[in-house]
Design a binder for this molecule. Structure first.
Ligand code: SAH
Length: 256
């Protein structure tokens, strides 16, 4: 049996209880060493075989899993954040299915949630944006043309840009090309959210590239863009005294 587990964004206590239990029991642990906090490996059994997938191919990962299966052992495949985002889990799941090996998936706290927590932000502010676009700039891995950053930026929605901190000049240019953001649109770079070395840099679309350079940030960071980082928004209807819901009658309490 193979358990895919989301390790969370960095802080070791941000793995789920279920994920931690699976990690404690596993005979074999294959972890994404480029981003998973090694402190989590302290949870593993003393006799667990531990492999860093950053140094392995998909074929090597499968070999280790098949070896474990042959001995009737359990494998945890530990991915950073939540495995469903840029985790390359689908190709593993398909090969496991072909080999007749069962697997399941335990979600984790994605870094985009860790980054929002780091800056105390809500991505979906009423009157500002009710959508979050999670994307990346094309790099060595291509992005379909219909999803180019400039096209997605044309919505002016909240954007969370993964895997692009080393290409901030191009990110800023594409954001502006979308036509909905201006040089003054607020942005932030969150480096290693929830790790002890976490760093938050507030900037604007116009100063994004300079801000990344000045702070020496090239990787392990998210770029957040949008007016949710500003000070203007509307109050929610949900908690408005004048608004009635299934759970609450409206009252004549004055709004604060
Ligand atoms: N599955 C992961 C994303 C893996 S892709 C998740 O859900 O978060 C790797 C990219 O995620 C990095 O290049 C960076 O853009 C982002 N990332 C991962 N952990 C991060 C963290 N703690 N702080 C900021 N960005 C992070």
């Amino acid at each position: 049996m193979v358990h895919f587990v989301g390790a969370g964004p960095g802080a070791p206590d941000l793995i789920t209880i279920r994920g931690a239990e699976l990690l404690k029991e596993a005979n074999v642990v294959i972890y994404a060493g480029s981003l998973v906090n090694p402190a989590l490996l302290g949870l593993c059994r003393e006799d667990a075989s531990i492999y860093n997938s950053a140094e392995m191919t998909l074929e090597e990962v499968m070999e280790r899993i098949e070896e474990a299966e042959g001995k009737g052992q359990t494998t945890v495949r530990l991915h950073t954040g939540d495995p469903c985002l840029y985790g390359a889990i689908r190709e593993q799941m398909d090969l496991l299915a072909e080999a007749g090996i069962c697997c399941d998936d335990t979600p984790g706290v994605s870094s985009f949630c860790g980054a929002a927590a780091a800056i105390g932000a809500e991505y979906t502010l009423p009157g500002i944006s009710q959508s979050v676009i999670i994307t990346r700039l094309a790099g060595r891995t291509p992005v379909p043309e219909r999803e180019s950053l400039s096209k997605l930026a044309s919505h002016g929605a909240t954007m969370v840009i993964f895997l692009s901190a080393g290409m901030t000049d191009q990110v800023a240019a594409e954001l502006l090309a979308g036509g909905a953001y201006t040089e003054k649109t607020p942005a932030a770079i969150v480096y290693k959210a929830t790790w002890p070395e976490e760093k938050v840099v507030h900037c604007t679309v116009g100063t994004l590239a300079e801000a990344a350079r000045a702070n020496g940030i090239r990787k392990t960071a998210l770029i957040l863009v949008g007016d949710f980082l500003g000070s203007v928004y509307e109050r929610s209807r949900l908690y408005d005294p004048a608004f009635e819901t299934e759970y609450r009658k409206k009252t004549d309490t004055k709004q604060i």
